[in-house]
Ligand binder design. Structure first.
Ligand SMILES: [Zn+2]
Length: 557
């Protein structure tokens, strides 16, 4: 028997013994070292994962495994524990939880949160103000965008307030839970603590009393969440509501993301298209790995051919790390993680199912999409939307999507029209594209016709661009001609200004059921689609275009 035979009940028994004798005695008795990286989290407490599995074996067949008998890495013990439904994560010491208010609208809380936590602060914009802290921040955030938060100094007379204690007691590695009213809205880990009034003033200005948020934190692994905070706050502080930043020991509390996720309904589905899309949009992984996982998924989508197939680890590693390196995403050296970790989703499978053995003659593991997901991806519209989901949610800070998509063989999916840029109107002006040449010939007569119908006035925003030699407009296909096989006729054309055309072609604008033009990002109305009587637009094309867009969920009233 091996560690892979260990059952959930054995793990629970080992955890009980750990609690009974204490960590040091437990590790010493069985000869295990402290876990360097991975721990099992159970009821908010951390347990050394390898030791737990080794000792759990004793409850299975009467003999604990010695540390030398098996490897304790993420790909072995970690995946086995996860498979049993346990939460496995990287160790974080010391274990403290910082409950951090976002602040109300009066203090600019929502705006600041969006700007410096959700989006992040470009270090270059405040380089002088950061002073000596700049170099370390640049090392922490290779892409130059930092997630920062700060607190104003506690009043000198209140050195024993919750706030003063929290600011003094915070440590690098502590977990931060942001809350607004009684809801947790984000969690993160402290990467760096620093006191820098100049930087705080440069980023956030001052509050209404003239103080600035000078006790600063640089944060990593930021995840947006939405969890009722009442229970945790009550238990942590015995207060109904929290008013200030508060530090509590984490050991006693299960934070929202440690609660076990609902398990998949069944190993092989069937899953709805919406379920798959939700999984792609969330990915449920720390921020850093969401990026490398998304690139890995794009690479795999680029490999989709007529038949479903799995990719050997070596091929996967080579392909994905090349793309990661090319677009400057960290994690090129950890490509094995998405290979194994994506198994938690409903659309990824690994062969062999068993955690790989290290034996020399073991077959190389292979991974890829399930047959069902492959079938869905064969549909161009679903494929486009899947690609857009990954691009818009996890890869939106990568500047050059043209290179990114080209490097995974998905260059045609950059825009609705397929091109690297919007198409110029006359065939002679079109940029040549390496992957499709000039196989799509556009009809100059319909282009002329649609522009004449509107006399070069944009159907979205009403703009009429004028040059020194007359008016300028662009004819935009609603359903792209290339991968989306739209027809080159008047029913599929709009007369747009250059700005609206770029956004419509780049999945930034869509037309809703009532022909209102809206932004994909937040559904904000930007205009109404104007249609003249002689212009027979095919509503099916409008719908087709809309369904490719990853439209933001409606905001609650
Ligand atoms: Zn316009």
């Amino acid at each position: 028997m091996s560690y892979r035979d260990v059952r959930g009940q054995d793990v629970l028994a080992a955890i009980a013994r750990f609690d009974e004798v204490g960590r040091d005695a437990f590790l010493e008795r069985y000869g295990y070292d402290k876990a360097r990286r991975f721990v099992v989290v159970h009821n908010g407490k951390q347990y050394d994962s390898k030791a737990i599995v080794g000792v759990a074996h004793e409850f299975l067949d009467g003999r604990a495994l010695t540390p030398g008998e098996f490897s304790g890495g993420h790909a072995t013990v970690g995946l086995h524990l996860r498979g049993l439904g346990f939460v496995v994560q990287e160790r974080r010491d010391p274990q403290q939880l910082l409950l951090q208010p976002r602040g109300g609208a009066r203090d600019g809380g929502p705006g600041n949160f969006k700007r410096t936590i959700e989006k992040g602060v470009r270090l270059a914009d405040h380089a002088d103000a950061f002073g000596e802290d700049l170099a370390e921040l640049q090392a922490l955030y290779r892409d130059g965008t930092a997630k920062l938060w700060g607190n104003t100094p506690p009043a000198p007379a209140k050195q024993n307030s919750l706030k003063a204690k929290a600011i003094r007691g915070r440590r690098v590695g502590d977990r931060v839970l942001f809350y607004a009213k009684r809801t947790f809205i984000a969690e993160a880990v402290i990467l760096k603590l620093f006191h820098n009034p100049a930087a705080a003033r440069s980023i956030w200005g001052a509050d209404k009393t003239g103080e600035t948020f000078e006790h600063m934190m640089a944060l990593g692994d930021v995840r947006l969440i939405r969890e009722d905070a009442t229970d945790l706050v009550l238990r942590a502080t015995r207060q109904e509501t929290l008013r200030s930043v508060t530090l509590v020991p984490a050991g006693k509390f299960v934070t929202p993301t440690e609660q076990p996720k609902p398990t998949k309904p069944s190993p092989d589905g069937p899953f709805s298209v919406e379920q798959h899309m939700t999984e792609l949009l969330t990915l449920h992984s720390p921020e850093r790995s969401a990026k490398s996982e998304s690139v890995a998924l794009l690479w795999t989508i680029g490999q989709v051919g007529d038949k479903p197939r799995l990719h050997p680890l070596s091929t996967f590693r080579q392909g994905v790390s090349m793309v990661l390196t090319a677009c400057g995403v960290e994690g090129a050296d950890e490509v094995e993680r998405p290979f194994y970790d994506l198994r938690r989703t409903s659309f990824w499978r690994i062969d062999p199912e068993e955690t790989p053995s290290s034996a020399a003659n073991a077959p190389e593991p292979r991974a890829g999409f399930t047959d069902e997901f492959h079938r869905l991806l064969m549909d161009v519209s679903f494929r486009t939307k899947a690609i857009n989901a990954l691009r818009s949610r996890h890869l939106d800070d990568i500047e050059d999507h043209e290179s990114l998509l080209a490097s995974v063989g998905l260059g045609d999916y950059l825009t609705v029209s397929g091109g690297p840029q919007r198409d110029a109107d006359t065939p002679g002006e079109r940029r040549r594209r390496p992957n499709q040449g000039s196989s799509v010939v556009r009809d100059p007569k319909v282009v002329k016709k649609v522009k004449a119908l509107y006399d070069h006035t944009c159907q979205f925003c009403g703009t009429r661009l004028s040059t020194g030699f007359g008016y300028y407009s662009e004819a935009a296909h609603i359903r792209g001609l290339t991968v989306h096989t739209g027809p080159d006729d008047l029913e599929n054309l709009l007369c747009l200004c250059a700005n609206c055309h770029v956004q419509f072609d780049g999945y930034g604008l869509y037309v809703d059921e009532d022909y209102v033009v809206r932004r994909v990002r937040d559904r904000v109305e930007v205009g109404k689609l104007r249609v003249v009587p002689d212009h027979p637009i095919d509503a099916a094309h409008i719908t087709y275009h809309r369904e490719l867009c990853v439209i933001a969920p409606p905001t609650s009233p």
